[in-house]
Design a protein around this ligand. Structure first.
Ligand code: NDP
Length: 241
């Protein structure tokens, strides 16, 4: 039987590459996001195995409403939707502003994954997979965005224990700098890029395809005994050599 995947944030960047890799491996893939046009174009490009479903991963009501359009059985769930909500925004003023800024990143990057996974948990197939997108920022500074990605590690560990008896694995991929996505917008200056690339051993930025290759492996039967882990994909940044 054909396996089914749901990739949140699958219309652009890393999620789109993951969706392409899973479809190439023969899975039927639902890609999700807020922008209908972006999703429709991505699905058309990625071929007949890929289908778009529009919903905001921070909105419980919209997630519940979308369930009717999502597969009855989910073999692979990729919690990829996210991004740094602080990027490009003016500094918040006062405690209320700080609170709002922190909640935005926690909701977009952590609570979103918890909500989508909770909604789909009853549908996860035996020997299924949950893969969540963390970040190098979850281990190295990163303010509210980093805190959200760091929180994913603890949540994922609990999830892995809970799902383990069903043969389901749960892992976090923590990428370093990945180019050719919408993540940075126009915020990645040449200086910052050079600094981030300079921290790697490979002396290059990562690509969505780098992340997709790891996600496809984690989704494969051969990865069934890897669970509760954070897999770092950052070109050897911070290995201390
Ligand atoms: P993109 O901005 O290209 O992808 C993010 C995707 O998430 C978009 O397709 C967006 O679609 C979707 N998304 C964001 N917020 C929501 C929301 N509230 N509801 C539904 N969908 C949402 O960037 P990347 O591909 O780079 O990012 C993918 C993941 O990888 C993110 O979790 C990011 O934090 C992480 N990451 C990225 C790194 C990088 O260097 N690029 C490094 C480390 C981690 P839409 O706007 O249409 O909703």
């Amino acid at each position: 039987m054909t396996r089914s995947a749901v990739v949140t944030g699958g219309g652009t960047g890393i999620g789109r590459a993951v969706a392409a890799a899973l479809a190439a491996d023969g899975l039927d893939v639902v890609i999700t996001g807020r922008r209908e046009k972006v999703l429709a174009e991505a699905a058309a490009d990625l071929g007949p195995r890929v289908r778009p479903v529009v919903f905001d991963v921070t909105d419980p009501g919209r997630i519940e409403a979308a369930l009717a359009e999502l597969p009855e059985t989910v073999d692979v769930l990729v919690n990829n939707a996210g991004g740094n909500t602080d990027t490009g925004r003016p500094a918040p003023s006062g405690l209320a502003g700080v609170r709002e800024a922190w909640l935005a990143n926690l909701e977009t990057n952590l609570v979103s994954a918890v909500l989508v996974t909770t909604a789909l948990e009853p549908r996860l197939a035996r020997d299924g997979r949950v893969i969540s997108m963390g970040s190098i920022a979850g281990g190295r500074g990163g303010g509210s965005y980093g805190a959200a990605k760091a929180g994913m590690r603890v949540w994922n560990a609990e999830l892995a224990v809970r799902l383990g008896e069903r043969g389901i694995t749960a892992n976090v991929i923590a990428p370093g700098l990945i180019e050719d996505t919408e993540f940075f917008g126009d915020q990645l200056t040449d200086e910052r890029r050079a600094m981030l690339v300079g921290q790697t051993a490979t002396k290059r930025a990562g690509t969505p395809a780098d992340v997709a290759a790891l996600a496809a492996f984690l989704a494969s039967p051969g990865a069934g005994h890897i669970t509760g882990q954070v897999l770092h994909l950052n070109g050897g940044a911070y290995i201390g050599a």
